[in-house]
Structure formats: structure tokens, C-alpha cells
Design a binder for this molecule. Sequence first.
Ligand SMILES: COCC(O)(O)CCCCCNCCCN
Ligand SMILES: [Zn+2]
Length: 663
Amino acid sequence: MGTALLYDEEMTKYKLLWVDPACKIEVPERLTVSYEALVRSGLSDRCISVPAREASDSEILLVHSEAYLEAVKKTPYMTLEDLKEFTLQFGDVYFHPNIYHCAKLASGSALQLVDSVMTGKVRNGIALVRPPGHHSMHGAANGFCVFNNVAIAARYAKQKYGVKRVLIVDWDIHHGQGVQYCFEDDPSVLYFSWHRYEHQNFWPNLRESDYDSVGKESGTGFNVNVPWNKVGMENSDYLSVFCHVLLPVAYEFCPDLVLVCAGFDSAIGDPEGEMCATPDIFAHLTHLLMNLAGGKLCAVLEGGYNLTSLAQSVCQTVQTLLGDPLPQLANLRGPCKSAIESLQCARSAHRRYWSFLKHAADPPMTDISTKHIKSTMEEEEKREMAEEERCTEGKVWPEPPERLCPPVCSGSVLPDDVACPDGLKRLSSSKDLEPLLVSKLKNRSRTAAVDGDGVTTFSRLYTLIEKLVANEIRNGLVLVPDVTAAMCVVQDLTSDLVKRVLVVCVGKEKELDYVTTDGKVLVVQISSEDNEEQRSKYYIPVCLKKGCSDTSGFIQAVFGLLLPLGYEYNPDLVLLVRMPGSGVVDSMWQQLIGLLQGFAKGHTLVLMQVNEKASMGSTASALLGHPAPPLQELQTPFPEDGDALERLRERLQADWKMLQTTS
Ligand SMILES: COCC(O)(O)CCCCCNCCCN
Ligand SMILES: [Zn+2]
């Protein structure tokens, strides 16, 4: 299934007709540079083009009042003076004779996108629209917005398709207060927004944009605000909030549809955001949402005013929606102090509503919602100011790296008597291993695995790893008689081929005697074993009381530990080992494979034992990029697991900065 692209140049045909410093950044070129970048990169040709349409009155009235709609209907016939007069009643927005038409097209495009996804015509998609929407309210235009495109889309999806739960992720750098007001009492729509806030000193300067606005009445807990109280936030800060706040809540919410208020003013170079996250971060933010709701994701353009970073960010987003490998994110140094405080406040504000946040720590001592900065933070401020200068003054950043699609998506190394799952390319050893390596293998792995066909298996395995590293194959599935033996062999085979291998071990392990200290391998083991005493910087055992069959505990370990560690470690290969008898649930297994593809340009090697070949089909499906099925009815994680995870994180965060959630 493909990716929809909605764009209509009619939406470029309105602009600011008078002088207004607050609005001059919202220009038609925002749309043209985005679309032209998609055309130039060949990405638009790979999408399924879906036409825009005008939203009808009844669709607009899903969110807005009749009085407001009737008033906006008059604007096409207004003189310039009347338009100015009409505009004065709203904030930071301008009207134009053609903006009503464009606003209907913008909202209608979002609805076309919802139709395309909900009818299964496409898997996901993006609508490049203007005017944007997330600030507009029931009876008012605001912040360049006339109709609330995404809010209308959410109500439309519920009404027309009976969607039970809609997740709205707003990564625009401004708070979409219009969306918050629309759904704050509605438990069927979870609204997440991060936004530049600076202790209420940044537009729209609302008290209700702070982290303690958690929703009201039956919607309590279904509004998640993460305020950025400093500029200069980087990739680490954004990923930390996704891993430690949004994703645990989103997975527990288990949405049927994901809508993204895709504003790109949160990228480096943007005059509004003044943040430092690079355009390739949107490849990862998109990827991390793509296994929710069975992959049904609709992104609708909001803000973004630096035409260079906007175009790059749009391309990064579309390329991920199309399923291309993700770029590696280098030197993630962990969240800054201010981000940790925001993170901690948001987590503690929501721990009573979301069982996955139940064990979140208390809010930080410094009450960050106060406006004035505590004197104690003065020197911290100076240091971070210096850092910000370095980051924002230049406003230069490297072009996002090319994301080449390997000619083969998934290779397989299987015993000759095992049929190859559909879509996988079976590898035969292109060459025999040199005798030296064979002897190395022989004395390495103690089991019979290295008899005749064992060596064949390992030579095929070596070939597969070589092709992964050469980016000729994206990922692979290997079935062996004994995973423990094979694990050690893979260590040897990869040691001279890749710099860093992330080994994710699912299930209990007989004996793990290759714990490394040189950092070439990071092992994260999720099992019911509590071999805490073996823990070291590069061997991290995560113990789940009920083992890997406890999906709630498992997913908490994935977001709270595995993903942050993986981002910081930045491996060149991921080795995912499924121990026999792990008990991991198939949907969880597929979610894990999907999420791990965010690392190492998607070079994931899955190692399974022959007697688990019943899971080969679902493994192959996940490796081929099909969205994982939603995780069903997640129970509350066991308290001891939640506690143990928090304690483990506290102990590890000295070595691994991406694990920090408390200041
Ligand atoms: C949904 O619209 C996208 C948006 O959130 O980016 C709109 C921002 C309005 C920003 C209004 N203040 C401008 C002050 C000029 N320095
Ligand atoms: Zn914005």
C-alpha cells in the first residue's frame, strides 16, 4: 500500500496584502518549495496523488460555529479596507479575498487524506496545505489559521468511519490551542503537543499551554503538553520526549488513526522556533508513529518558515512514509537540563492517568511553571546561552544524508528443508569461507552447529552480513539449529565488518559469555532472568517478572530503555535474537522489529531457532516493512517491573544520557 500526496497550487493563491510584521512569514512559497523539493527528489512520483477538494459547510461546522463560518463566507467580497477591519478582531492572522476558498481546500485536503487512508486506498499520506489550522478555534481565526484542518479531520473520521480513538501528534513548534480546546473534554481524541513556551513568554502566551493542562472532565489525561522553556532544543530532546512521554501514552491509548499536525518550524533555522533539531529528525518522528493504528497515519502541514529546512523536513517525512531506510542520527548527547525538567513535569502530571507513566518520578524541585528564572540557574543559563549562540547564530546544517533503498529488502538463511517465506530472498553462499575463519568458527561455537551444513549456514550468514553492510540488502532472517551458538559466531563474523552491533536478546539465555566491555557490542536482554549482577555498561539485562509474554512490561522496556539506548549507541547493525521459549507475543515481536528498523539504516538481522519457524511469517512481514498489528488490551504493567525499570534507568543514566528523565 502506498503513500498519498495532496497538493493543489490554488492554495498558493493568497498572501498578505498589507504590512503586518507578525504575519509576513506566512508566504505562498512555503507550499511551492515543499512541493518542488518532492518533485525534484523524485518522491512525488512515488506517491499516490490525491486531489484536493473543498470542505463542505457541514464538515467545517464539525468544529466551527455557524456565525464564524457565515462571517468568513463574506470575506471574498470584501474591499481591502473591509478585510483589514475584519482581520482586526482576530490575532496574528490575515484575510485575503481568496483565503476562504483556500481554507476550504486545506480542510478538504485533510478529509481526502482521511478517506484515502480509512478506505485502504493508501497506507498513509501527507497533505501540503495552507492556510494551516491548529490555532483556529470554534469561533475565531488565529495564528495564520482559518479552519482547524486536523480537528475537522478527527471529528470527520469518527463520524464517517466510526473511528473510536484518534491520536493527534502536534510537532509544530507552536501550541495548537485550537485543537486542545476542541478535544480537552474528549477521551476519544488524545492530543499531544510540544511547543516553545519559555515560561509563558512565547506566543500565544497561554497559561493553558503548560504541562499541567491535562484535559478536563472525561477528557482528563487525554491532553499532553510538553513546553520547551528554552530555545536551541536538539534531536536528543525531541527523541527523549517521544520515548519517555508520547510513545508510552500513545501505545497505551492504542489509537485507530494517527493524525499529525506536521509543522516544521520546530526544525533548525526556523525564525519562529529557534530550535536546533535537524530535518532528518522528522524521518525518525514519523517512523516512531508508523506502527500505531496499523500504520494509518495522516500528516497535515502546519507551520514552517525557513524555506530550506521546511523543504528538507517535508522530504524526510515523505521518504519515511514511503518506507525508505532511515538516516542514522549521530552524537545524540541526551536531553538538556531544561528538556529534562519539561519531560519530568509532563510525566509526573500524567502518571495518574497512564499506567505506563505510573512510576514516573515527582516533579522537579524548581517549579518551572513560574515565570522568573531561579537565581541558582543563572550560571546554568549563561552556559546554555553560550551553547545556544553557537547553535542558532550560524543557522547552517548539513544536507540530510541520502537514504538509499537497497535492491533487496529482506534476505534469508534457512536450513534447506525449510521453505522461504514470501518476499524474502534466500541466500546461498556465494563463496566458501576461508579455512582460517572456519577454524575460528569451529573452536568458537561448541555445539555441533559447525559440522558440514553448519559451516554452510555460517558462510551464508557471513554473506548476508556482508551484503547488509554493503547496503545491498536491508535486513535478514536467519534460522539456525542453535541460536546461542549462532550468536557467538555472528559476533565474530561482524567484528571485522561493523563498528557497533546492538544485540537485542529476547528471552532467557543459557549462558551469555561474550559480554563485551570495549563498546563494539551493546547487549540488551529482555527476559524473566534477573542476572542483575552481570550488568555492565554494555550488557543490560532487563528483567520482567512474567517474562517476555507480558507485553505491557515489554513495551515499557522498549520505550524506556531499548530505544533511548539504541539512539545513543547508534549501531551499524542490529542483531535481534529470539531465544526459544521466550513467550514473546507475535504482535509485540512485529512491533519490536518495526521499531528497531529505525537504527542502522534498517540493517536488522533476526536470529531465530528452527523450532520457532512458526513465527517466520510474521517476522518476514515486519522485515518487509508491513505495519505491525496493534497491541491489544494492554494490562497495567506489574508494579515491580515498573519500579525496577525506573531504578535501572537511574543507575544507567550516568553512562547513558538518553535514559535521563529526572533532573
Ligand atoms: C498553524 O499555523 C502554524 C503556526 O503554528 O506555525 C502558526 C504560528 C503563528 C505565529 C504567530 N506569531 C508570529 C509572530 C512573528 N514573529
Ligand atoms: Zn508553528
